[in-house]
Design a protein around this ligand. Structure first.
Ligand code: CJB
Length: 839
């Protein structure tokens, strides 16, 4: 028999056994069994990781029947499936989430505790798969959770990076990066499927030939062929039988050995090719919101896109479905432009590999693909230098030229004599060095284009994609981001979850709009007290952690003011710092001044090559060193930078916030999703009218949101008339004192050089208008401090914030994608009875 041919046999698994049973007793037996048979350890030598693995396998066993039945159901019903293509999936730890989805969190906890082990420590043991940078990758993960929970046939396709986002340490206030060896101790959640490997071509040249039917065809003779091996992870929906798949591709050499070199005795050269191929999926590029144009990055993109499209085709071919029906069977979502090469690759596969004519292939491609834009920042818009592109993807370039030629003809018909428009819209940037514009390719090749918050989608239409909107207004829509309440409330905030559920039942976990029912309890003083007690207890836990890790004492009754996200100038962590120094200056001017005690907490990674972002981290830590240790401050202010912020850690941080900082310059943050996670957990927001903040404020009510700063039109106007940051510095004494304290070495032991790049950027450039927004921010922060003094009032606002966050469930987002873009409907998965052994 051929190894990858399925062989039918009689199922012999019994109805309920140690691999499926959900009772505490069964879980205990299964755990001990796995420790012995899978980890191969007696308890006396087992490590914490062995115990974690034993529990993970216990849980995975319980997913498998749902997982396989889901795949079988979707195949048999021949339904349309969503394929979510993303270069990043920031999944976070799987164990706790799967326990919640299975509904056996408490049973597992009891089983592990009765065996004398620390359940929480086992959850913490999981090394999270950090296969993403920030919001974009985490959104993909939330969407997988929602698609599974809503029974939507779906599959996530991405890259199995051997090293995910770097681990961050802080030394002497600076960020230090180290490699993230997440696979070091094994990954119990994935199953590799080498029998479904596919080949990806790179480099080389193309040739024309005439096929047996006399048609002119093109053949690609690659320089190199790399294998893609799929690794599958189950994604179980919340309290449903649907378990979908995250399929990540790992690169391997097509031939383990170059036999010619091997036979000539050059063993090392023979093995070298293997190393080169495997480099492809070695490491995640750690740049968020910036495109670098590196060859390896383009190779990663074509690699996972080609693997995924070939995989979809094989799924159809195995079922005897003609590829002319590709778009009826798959809706392929492009998560930003990272997978946009799919436009050319789908065309190539359909035409060159499967003999479909151009016009049919183009119709299939456009009906299949849709594109989500995630950013307005010009530096994040991907374009590839022509030299690089033609060397790596010669055939794709030919296809792109042909698409472009037809596309430009189309524009000429609709907008005659408008050469400026043609050059603005062309898929090729011809001004100076030539580039392929990936966002343009995605727009032309897709039937739908969306932004990720109402404001962002409007700005796309008015600005970045304006020409495309004028050409195809019908393609554009908005799909405001959402986040999963399973991970970011139920799993990360069990205390609040229990309180909410005790009042309104647990329906809200799947229907987040039900949180509105909490409004009925706002005037209930007992309820408010319970709400406050829970927040305080969570803050106490974080304070303990901060003491352990940072060695800083923080007061859990102080206002926890948190900014946690990637470090970026447009996100303006340094505006937050200007506020801290303003308060510090007030204390230095008068130590007895009234100050609402605050703990300023920051978390986030800077791209390793982003100097200014790294300097902002250094500034936060330097200000902390001074403020935390100045006796005049009398512990009223504390500044803490939490290192190595990731999903696992974020789950502890969101529930602990009183105040969430969402202070990007208006018009810069596409949506934000941390803003939603904080607010769901009862923190109030201080924010600008940017991204989804606008909609959050609409939902929670203007009176429950601390708004400050310029609006987007005001930003445009100010920039148009010529922005001069120095003017704000000169004319505002408090601001001047803050900047002067930094510039004069007040946080650098007198060194006036250290922060000079930051100071001079602010004074003479200030692209993100910190100085323009400074006074408005400080006034707003003063209102925050005042409001916090009235704890009863603050608690009301906190409850209302949670209660009104229903819109921001990723379930709502996914329903909108299903209805407007994918045309995919839920499919119920029924678990069949197992056949008893021997029957
Ligand atoms: N985003 O995380 C990234 N990386 C990028 O390269 C571009 C955008 C973020 O995507 C999130 C999900 O849509 C947005 O909420 C966020 O505003 C955006 O910065």
């Amino acid at each position: 028999t051929v190894p990858n041919q399925p062989i039918e046999c009689v199922p012999t698994v019994v109805v309920e056994d140690d691999r499926t049973g959900l009772s505490v007793e069964t879980l205990k037996r299964a755990f001990q069994d796995n420790l012995f048979y899978i980890q191969g350890k007696f308890a006396n030598i087992a490590t914490q990781n062995d115990y974690y693995m034993a529990l993970a396998y216990t849980v995975r066993d319980r997913l498998l029947r749902r997982w396989l039945t889901t795949a079988e159901t979707h195949t048999h019903q021949g339904v349309r499936t969503v394929a979510y293509l993303s270069a990043e999936f920031l999944m976070g730890p799987h164990l706790g989430n799967n326990l919640i989805s299975l509904g056996i969190y408490d049973e597992a906890k009891q089983a592990i505790t009765e065996l004398g082990l620390d359940f929480d420590a086992l959850l913490q043991q999981e090394e999270e798969p950090g296969l993403g940078n920030g919001g974009l990758g985490r959104l993909a993960a939330c969407y997988l959770d929602s698609m599974a929970s809503l029974d939507i046939p779906s599959i996530g396709y991405g890259i199995r990076y051997e090293f995910g986002i770097f681990d961050q340490d802080i030394r002497d206030g600076w960020q230090i990066e180290s490699t993230d060896k997440w696979l070091r101790y094994g990954n119990p959640w994935e199953i590799s499927r080498p029998e479904w490997a596919v080949e990806v071509k790179l480099g080389g040249h193309t040739e024309r030939y005439t096929d047996e039917n006399g048609r002119n065809r093109t053949r690609w003779i690659p320089h190199e062929v790399v294998m893609g091996i799929p690794y599958d992870t189950p994604i179980l929906g919340y309290k449903t039988n649907t378990a979908t798949t995250l399929r990540l591709w790992s690169a391997a050499a097509a031939e383990s050995f170059d036999f010619a070199a091997f036979n000539s005795g050059d063993y090392f050269r023979a093995v070298q090719q293997k190393t080169v191929s495997e480099t492809l999926t070695k490491v995640l590029y750690p740049n968020d919101e910036s495109a670098q144009g590196k060859k390896l990055r383009l190779a990663q993109q074509i690699f996972f896109v080609s693997c995924s499209l070939q995989d979809m085709m094989l799924i159809l071919i195995r079922q005897g479905i003609p590829l002319e029906q590709f778009h009826e069977k798959f809706a392929v979502q492009l998560n930003d432009t990272h997978p946009a090469i799919a436009v050319a690759e789908l065309m190539r596969l359909l035409m060159d590999e499967h003999g479909i004519e151009w016009d049919t292939a183009w119709r299939i491609t456009q009906k299949t693909l849709s594109y989500t834009n995630h950013t307005l920042l010009p530096e994040a818009l991907e374009r590839w230098g022509m030299g690089l592109f033609s060397t790596l993807l010669p055939r794709h370039l030919e296809i792109i030229y042909e698409i472009n030629s037809q596309f430009l003809d189309d524009i000429r018909r609709k907008f005659p004599n408008d050469d400026a428009r043609l050059s603005r819209m062309s898929l090729i940037d011809e001004a100076g060095e030539r580039y392929v514009r990936m966002a343009h390719l995605a727009c032309v090749g897709s039937h739908a284009i969306n932004g990720v918050a109402a404001l962002h989608s409007e700005l796309l239409k008015q600005d970045v994609l304006r020409d495309f909107y004028e050409l195809y207004p019908e393609k554009f829509s908005n799909k405001t981001n959402g986040v999963t309440p399973r991970r970011f409330m139920v799993l990360s905030n069990p205390r609040l979850t229990n309180l909410i559920t005790s009042k309104i039942g647990d329906g809200w976990i799947k229907h987040l709009d039900d949180l509105r029912k909490l409004e009925a309890f706002v005037e209930d003083a007992d309820f408010r007290q319970q709400w406050r007690d829970i927040k305080l207890a969570i803050k106490q836990d974080l304070a303990t952690y901060i003491k352990q890790v940072n060695g800083i004492d923080v007061d859990p009754t102080s206002l926890f003011d948190i900014q946690a996200k990637r470090i970026h100038e447009y996100k303006r962590q340094h505006l937050d710092v200007l506020h801290i120094i303003t308060l510090y200056n007030r204390i230095k001017a008068n130590p007895d001044v009234h100050i609402t005690p605050r703990t300023f907490i920051f978390g986030g990674k800077a791209a390793p090559g982003y100097f200014m972002a790294k300097l902002i981290i250094k500034l936060i830590n330097s200000v902390g060193d001074v403020v935390n240790n100045d006796p005049d401050v009398r512990d009223r202010l504390k500044v803490v930078f939490l290192k190595d912020y990731n999903v696992k850690f974020a789950q502890r941080v969101y529930p602990a916030a009183d105040l969430s900082e969402q202070i990007s310059l208006a018009g810069k943050e596409a949506s934000g999703t941390g803003n939603m996670k904080f607010s769901m957990n009862g923190s109030l927001t201080i924010g600008t009218l940017d991204g989804a903040n606008v909609e959050i404020r609409d939902e929670v009510g203007a009176e429950n949101f601390f708004l400050f700063g310029l609006t987007t039109p005001e930003v445009y106007e100010l920039k148009a008339k010529g922005y001069n940051p120095y003017h704000y510095y000169e004319s505002n004494p408090a601001l001047k004192a803050v900047i002067d304290r930094i510039a004069s070495g007040g946080f650098s032991n007198g060194d006036t050089n250290l922060f000079n790049p930051l100071v001079s950027t602010l004074l003479y450039k200030d692209d993100y208008l910190l100085l323009a927004d400074y006074q408005s921010y400080i006034d707003c922060q003063d209102r925050v401090s005042q409001t916090y003094l009235d704890q009863e009032y603050w608690t009301r606002l906190s409850i209302l914030n949670s209660a009104r966050m229903g819109k921001f469930s990723s379930d709502r987002s996914i329903r909108e994608y299903c209805e407007d873009i994918w045309y995919v409907k839920p499919v119920a998965v029924e678990l069949k009875e197992y056949v008893q052994a021997g029957t």
